[in-house]
Design a protein around this ligand. Structure first.
Ligand code: ASN
Length: 253
């Protein structure tokens, strides 16, 4: 009899422990989910390595932190490059990306975007004194997967140039500076920042940026709707409480 009682007690204890940890475990999982966010790695002032602190900083990095603080979620940032970020979101390796990403109609077929938090378009950049006619018969530099790449491909026959593809913006600028390519295609605000800070000694050829559109935070189409909602809610709060303005002003906007 004693043995039976002990056995019953033991089973009851195991069961209660299982129930407790089961419940607690699930709740924990929900509360502590750490979202994986990918980004570009050399796209100042939106994301770039601060060599003093060895940390990625920039408008996108600050927005992401402020939104996560506002909405109370955890995330891990991976600055792997723009094309890598798009691939990571599409493969499900990342929950989302924030990378100065232009909200383009074609991208909406594979991504869901947040509300825009910035506006920009692309420009053609070359050594000082270069004219648009000089692109004929030469090669230009573009960054894999970008809006600038799409634009270059769409006008290459009209201007008569060929295209070389690079993995990041600095490689593109270098190709132009060293004369490998005659020009490159980049977002206006990003190359504007590089010129202003003296990082590159190049010139913008067009008067107005083309394909001006919003920048958005993006998830894979049909996935992570809850995270997208949180981002939009947080962004709205940052717009209303002046924090977004503050972040942009910190980087010169
Ligand atoms: N604006 C670029 C694009 O959406 C983003 C980037 O180069 N990081 O293609």
């Amino acid at each position: 009899m004693k043995k039976v009682l002990a056995l019953v007690l033991a089973i009851a204890m195991i069961a209660s422990v299982a129930v407790l940890t089961g419940c607690g475990g699930e709740k924990k999982k929900d509360e502590e989910k750490t979202f994986i966010i990918y980004s570009d790695n050399a796209f100042a002032p939106f994301e770039y390595l601060d060599t003093k602190t060895n940390e990625y900083v920039g408008v996108d990095m600050d927005i992401m932190k402020a939104v996560a603080d506002d909405q109370g979620f955890k995330y891990e940032m991976h600055n792997e490059g723009f094309d890598a970020a798009m691939g990571a979101v599409q493969s499900g390796q990342a929950d989302a990306m924030i990378a100065g990403m232009t909200i383009k109609p074609e991208r909406k077929e594979t991504f869901d975007f947040s509300e825009p938090y910035f506006e920009d378009g692309q420009v053609i950049v070359a050594k000082k004194g270069t004219k648009i006619e000089d692109l004929k018969g030469k090669s230009v530099a573009v960054k894999n997967g970008t809006a600038g790449k799409d634009y270059a491909e769409s006008v290459k026959d009209e201007y008569g140039f060929t295209i070389n593809y690079y993995k990041d913006s600095p490689s593109m600028y270098q190709a132009v500076t060293t004369g490998v390519d005659v020009a490159c295609f980049e977002d206006f605000s990003v190359i504007g920042y590089a010129i202003k800070t003296g990082e590159v000694d190049l010139e913008i050829l067009n008067e107005e940026p083309f394909n001006v559109a919003g920048y958005g935070f993006a998830v894979k189409k049909g996935e992570n709707a809850e995270l997208l909602e949180k981002f939009n809610a947080g962004l709205k709060n940052l717009q209303n409480n002046g924090k977004l303005k503050e972040i942009l002003a910190k980087y010169g906007y």
